[in-house]
Write a protein that binds this ligand. Sequence first.
Ligand SMILES: [Zn+2]
Length: 743
Amino acid sequence: MRSPPTSPFPLGSLALAALLACERPSAGESALPETTGLARTADAPAPAASDDALLAAWSGPYGGVPAFDRMDLATLEGATTEAIRRHLAELETIAADRAPPSFANTIVAMERSGRALDRLETFYGIWASNLSTPEFREIQERLATKFSEYESQVVQNERLFNRIKAVHDGAEIKGRSPAEQRLVKLIQDRFAREGAALDGPKKARYAEIQTRLAELHTRFGNNVLADEEGIVHFLKEAQLAGLPPSVKAAAAAEATARNRAGEFAITNTRSSIDPFLTYAEDRGLREQVWRAFYSRGDNNDAHDNKAVIAEILRLRDERVGLLGYQNYAQWRLEDRMAKTPERALELMMTVWPAAIARVKQEVRDMQAVADKEAGKAKRAKFAVAPWDYRYYADKVRLAKYDLDSDEVKHYLQLDKLREAMFMVAGELFGFDFTPLPADAKVPVFHADVKVWEVKDRRSGRVVGLWYLDPFARPGKRSGAWATSYRGHTTIDSSPLVLAANNSNFLKAAPGEAVLVSWDDAETFFHEFGHALHALASNVDYPTLNGGVRDYTEFQSQLLERWLFTDRVIDRYLVHDKTGAPMPKALVAKIERAANFNQGFATAEYLASALIDLKLHTADPEGLDPDKFERETLTALGMPDAVVMRHRTPQFGHIFAGEGYAAGYYGYMWADVLTADAAEAFVRAPGGYYDPTLAQALVSNLFAPRNAVDPAEAYRAFRGRDPEVAALLRDRGFPAPKAAKPKK
Ligand SMILES: [Zn+2]
């Protein structure tokens, strides 16, 4: 299931926003719109509605926890109206202050404002991602307009902007700390980038565009969702040849849940089609399942997204034109680590030829297996097509590396992986995780959710809580993601962080361990990296918890590396039946196979990232998304056997919100940092558990979040800028002789 936008607050809470990181491109995923804008943390002057469960200050242990046991969807719309009203009133009070603008009466006051809306956003996020229903989605469509109007009202408050600008330009700020100076600049730039400096008709047009875009983003997400939920392939046992028992069992459970017991359901979601395409022997069925998935939003019916895309692109271009930018990507990347579309494109085009060359080798290997099979069965030969890629890749994997993903799975037990993550968090961050006792007064929104207390080992100080919602269920969006119900600040009543991880593992039969794939295990570590990034924060102001999109995936991607360290392998990757640790021979096989299929993975990702950036630098007038996609891919020399990971009509990262728009490249940007930082650990005396380097990692790259410029933070950690050659080496691609270090 592709998610509808989770957070409706493009200008809303930066604090939470930033922590709403995530989505790996290589695992189940969906886009969370990025929120940019004001941070809100302080309590509102509480009027009568304060007893509303969605708005009230959180009570209970740990500095207060969300009242997930008191969520009532019927109150959502009213509570949203009230939360918005309160925040606007708070900002108006700041704007109308008679005293001259100062850091305290303007910036800090803003950082303290909007806390009711922050809290509301937490509940909203749960409904959007963890407990979605048709009723919620209807409300969401209506609220989209309301949120967009609110955001416009915030940035269009001229007196407020003038005060921010006065603080930014004034003398007082020069005496403030570097983090505080950065805070002021982030806020002032954000307002300017959102049109605060526009006047008259331009300002009105800007607001109009925002309102329409909000509707279109929601519609885009819901169209994809409709094509995911509305299409199910019901199959008979005889059609399942090749599928391992675990995949069959999951398909049987899906069918039973749809009142078709005895049949097998392949749903139109990535987590369902991936294993099917990997194992199903029936080539015709593979094609059918593949076509349904890659046609989401592209069926020329009521849920078709092509016209929605064209309008989104036109409006985005018009909007940044009002601000004086040449194209959307230029506007988008200005405050990213990459800074310009040219630098992002340069990185991608450095890697693209290597990926394409590797795909050709991979297809050659697969074609040989397919031809041999055809010969044996006296069938006609065929060229390997996109619906064959995963299937034959797995055969090559078996032949070349003798690596059976189902065998590996038996060493990847969910509970053990979680213990391994806790061990890593202990070694690197000094955090201890303890499960909350059953009588702890910490409500959860579903019986599957479990909560741990996080303590700093050295000081004994409680850092926060970690919520885990591990299992798939109807109404929960697909993939895995991290979020945060409360970020660290020192100006709030509680600095305790409430971080959460969400996955879509399939429950095991009673008495059996939950087994996951290697990819899912990496994703589990990845999302935990986001949680640790939140828990490790030491910033004072909510806005400084914010993320820089091409940088915030780095911390989580880096954490994936610890899955395959000796300590984790030896102690936690143990067989579910025998308890034996993963045999050395299997470890060696996994190592040898690590770069297997990197051509495919890199090409399917880069094709999407390149289309994203090119769509957002192109002239949108008369742009036909379908034609654009075809022509751009042809020009790039896209191999026939590979499809974009996200085709344009289903590319929720960039069209269900603005979070990754012109920013999907960010995963690779972050990958360069990851590969480069990982080399530092590999070369450290203590390897991945080197205490000195771990300390440098936490203090430079995790704790400051956005309080320090990412490029500077990285330099402080590594002593130099990251090198793209590290990425090429990491993927087993030939590194170019003159790889230019990135700035
Ligand atoms: Zn992520």
